[in-house]
Design a protein around this ligand. Sequence first.
Ligand code: PSV
Ligand code: MN
Ligand code: MN
Length: 429
Amino acid sequence: MKQSLRTLIEAHNEKARGPLQSDYAHLGEQLARRGVDIDAVRQRVAAFGLAIPSWGVGTGGTRFARFPGAGEPRHVFDKIQDCAVVHQLTGATPSVSLHIPWDKCSDWSELRQTAHAQGLSFDAINSNTFSDQPGQAHSYKFGSLSHTDAATRAQAVEHNVECIEIGRLLGSKALTVWVGDGSNFPGQSHFRRAFERYLDSSRQIYAELPGDWRMFLEHKIAEPAFYSTVIQDWGSSFLAASTLGPKAQCLVDLGHHAPNVNIEMIVSRLIGAGKLAGFHFNDSKYGDDDLDAGSVSPYRLFLVFNELVAAAHEQVNGFDPAYMLDQSHNVTDPIESLMSSAVQVQRSYAQALLVDRGALDAAQEANDALAATQLLQRAFQTDVDPILQRVRVDAGRAVDPVVAYRASAYRQRMAQDRPAILSSGGGIV
Ligand code: PSV
Ligand code: MN
Ligand code: MN
């Protein structure tokens, strides 16, 4: 950790130490009366980490406009630097998920070393066959892995294989594949054939996975294709993952479902089938809004974690989801959004750890609907801030990451160090 930031965090935490001690003790007493050991919860929260998407540290945008902020990352090394700041202040985000070719660089070993020196490792690597790159032989305008043209499909397969190669150099253990393939008009696409072509291409990628890797299939109901998408929901995703084999699993991005879908139930189904790859956390009101995790529907996020904690509690075989944020920050400083979202995800996890599993089992067995739902509400309505703050302070992170970040004037320094350049893709200046 950079000395200046560490010193700043220490001074920032010093003032909060006294009040935190009494808040933590008070919550500990309350939880003890409920049969919960606060230190055990704290230890599990401390062991929890989630990945930052490299594209999340740049200002996002919509198809109408993008309003870049000052001091935005210019390349992948700048992105790593910003991700490191998020981790230094929160202690919750020890890994980074790259997107190729947005994050291409000339020396992967230098990138790996730079990240490691900052305490960061590399999570799943993401391929991109949903946009064309300069000089590319075949366009993805009408699809990639499912394209009607064999040469276009081959190019998309080759790109994914290249991503695996890059991921190997960085120490990644998974490839995330999301395709924008689909159609905009009824009749435009032969649904069955398109899915078969997708499977055929995906089999070729799957065959290139190293033994200890997984392939995460990310479904999405719409956008950029607005009539149909090839992997539109968890059904198609599950079908594809099951066809491909045990290394293929289904990734759940919270914003990629039909309105009002019961996402926590999908999560539970995938856990039961041994096919839950992991998550892209964000929040939404209308579609793939990519709003900050837990900013609109924190109870939904909690209910997802309730399923995850239940699975861990019941020691479901092979249960090992990957956690990542996937948000678009249009009106905030991305570092601030990422920090508060990471804390929000941690909060949902901590709250889910408070659910009395034995009592919930009993209420469910007795068909006592009200008692069951009150058990969940009681956990969700507990203010777990003292636990989250203790986890951070114990690890030398900031008791209030956003306040400490603002005091550090990091963004102002970056505004001077990083003169704006034109976007080279991925919405990052
Ligand atoms: C697509 O909407 C998505 O959620 C996928 O994860 C992409 O890789 C990411 O957003 C970035 O565009
Ligand atoms: Mn996503
Ligand atoms: Mn998305």
